[in-house]
Design a protein around this ligand. Structure first.
Ligand code: P6P
Length: 331
């Protein structure tokens, strides 16, 4: 594509900001820092097999999961980069037990809070399978200059001002929304920038792809087992990568549904509300799809704790409604 037709992420954000003269530019600076971190993590992901960043980090995170070295590296990169702009007052991360106030020395003037899953699908790192980063941004409630509170962090998904993900796949893409649709940018390493490649992304209302770990079939509810039997009889295609970002991205592009229901080993589901389910729910609704726990719309949930898990059914609108009719008839 001739250079003059390339729209970089920075140009796109500047043009979007110009449409909102009232905006202060804070969000643009945050995206600058997300972009930098994504490029650095991409560099490390692309050479993971060559340097000592694979394998266990030897510690367990608050989720009780083994922490992979790339998890820690990605977490440190995003936290370092996001702490640069004075626009963030606190960072929540899957890899951190509590929220981390930042810019406190600058008098805590940051307006925004960001929640990140720095390396989603990390169990796939050693197998060279697609992994991703997920982020969610919302405004603090407490006054500028005051200490950030837990209440600032526990806000419903409806309060998000931006959400997105980086998918480190056959190419590296950054996909995000600020509430005016979804746009996708592909990293062109030859110029070191993300370029607009998927403008105004929408997800088909119906699809043929169903993503669920059927290994948990026996411990699902009767309704969920009935739905899985239905999809098998309908001949839906089963695609389950084990990386939410990868399954989500493919389903959003092609049409499909991803489910992580409650099970015996995950009675509240496995995916975390604040930095996995909320950002993806914001994105999928902006793209025309839907996200629910089976009982409540994901974006309506009032979080009770930072690492809260919820069951999730997310994807093409008609497929989610079909799943609800069968798996949760009395919701
Ligand atoms: P299971 C990765 O740990 C993750 O949070 C999602 O990215 C992925 O879809 C899911 O868990 C896989 O979980 O239990 O099916 O291996």
């Amino acid at each position: 594509m001739p250079m003059h037709q390339v729209i970089t992420l920075s140009q796109f954000i500047a043009e979007e900001q110009a449409k909102h003269p009232e905006s202060s530019g804070n969000l643009s600076r945050i995206f600058r820092d997300i972009k930098l971190a994504a490029k650095i993590v991409n560099r490390d992901v692309r050479k993971a097999g060559l340097v000592d960043i694979l394998g266990e980090h030897g510690t367990m995170n608050i989720q009780g999961e083994e922490v992979k070295k790339l998890d820690v590296i990605a977490n440190d990169i995003f936290i370092d980069s996001l702490s640069q702009s004075g626009d963030i007052c606190a960072i929540l991360s899957e890899e951190e037990d509590d929220f981390r106030p930042v810019n406190t020395q600058a008098g805590n003037q940051g307006k925004y809070i960001i929640a990140i899953d720095p390396m989603d699908g990390s169990s796939n790192i050693d197998a060279n399978v697609t992994i991703g980063t997920i982020f969610s941004i919302w405004k603090r409630k407490s006054p500028l200059g005051s200490e950030v509170t837990l209440d600032d962090c526990l806000q419903a998904g409806n309060e998000q001002v931006a959400a997105g993900y980086v998918v480190y796949g056959s190419s590296t893409m950054l996909v995000y929304t600020t509430g005016s649709g979804v746009n996708g940018f592909t990293l062109d390493v030859s110029i070191g920038d993300f370029c607009l490649s998927h403008p105004n992304m929408t997800t088909p209302p119906m699809g043929q792809i169903c993503s669920i770990n059927s290994g948990n079939y026996r411990s699902f509810s009767e309704g969920m087992r009935e739905y899985i039997d239905y999809t098998n009889n309908k001949g839906y295609t089963g695609r389950y990568i084990g990386s939410f970002v990868a399954d989500f991205h493919r389903n959003m592009v092609k049409g499909g549904i991803y489910l992580y229901p409650a099970s015996e080993k995950a009675p509240n589901g496995k995916l975390r509300l604040l930095y996995e389910c909320n950002p993806m729910a914001f994105l999928i609704e902006q793209a025309g799809g839907f996200a629910t726990t089976g009982k409540i719309r994901v974006l309506d949930i009032q979080p009770a704790e930072l690492h809260q898990r919820i069951p999730i059914i997310i994807g093409s609108k008609d497929m989610v409604e079909e799943a609800l009719r069968i798996a949760h008839p009395n919701r």
